[in-house]
Design a protein around this ligand. Sequence first.
Ligand code: FES
Length: 219
Amino acid sequence: MIGVIMKPVIAPEKDQPKSFTFTKANEKTIKDIIARYPKGKQKSAIMPLLDLVQRQMAQTTEKGGGWIPTAAMKEIARILDVPEMKVYEVATFYTMYNLAPVGKYNIQCCTTTPCWLRGSTDIVKACEKKLGIKMGQTTQDMQFTLTEVECMGACVNAPMVQINDDYYEDLTPEVMEQLIESMKGDSLPVKGPQNGRRDSMNIDGPTSLKDEAKKAKVI
Ligand code: FES
């Protein structure tokens, strides 16, 4: 059965910091981000600022990866002069925003139809077995979080997962377990297809336009 995407997990009040401040370096970045948008359209900066919070939290949190506290959403609303609810709406809509602490490695498993047809259920099972957690959970040592996501636009390389910022594609349960083992040793294999093919090319190489492919140096 195709999995149901879980509602965003929001950190309970007791785990929320009372305030959030951008670093000096990020204050400058915020000015650059806002300048990208026409005057009066500053709310377009909500998404990049949420991403900035998440990356700052990843750098400043002792264990685990980045997430977005409620105080940071309020700070973004203040900076952009938009209602707090506008920021909250965006943050809760997209799975790429973590609203509770996550592990250092956030394994985002795509379970949408093409990945499901190509075996994403077994990829999820391999992750759960290897990590001893269920979908939506984080390991006690804050090393791994397992998240279910919708199509990541890499269906041709299904099944796939996104780990932090990178895609790992053409997976099998065995390869997924090896990836996790590597992450336990803090080393990640080369991102992209894991079955030896280049990008989304046919695994057996091109079947047409071979001369053109050679000229373009893609084979
Ligand atoms: S369905 Fe998984 S990447 Fe599109």
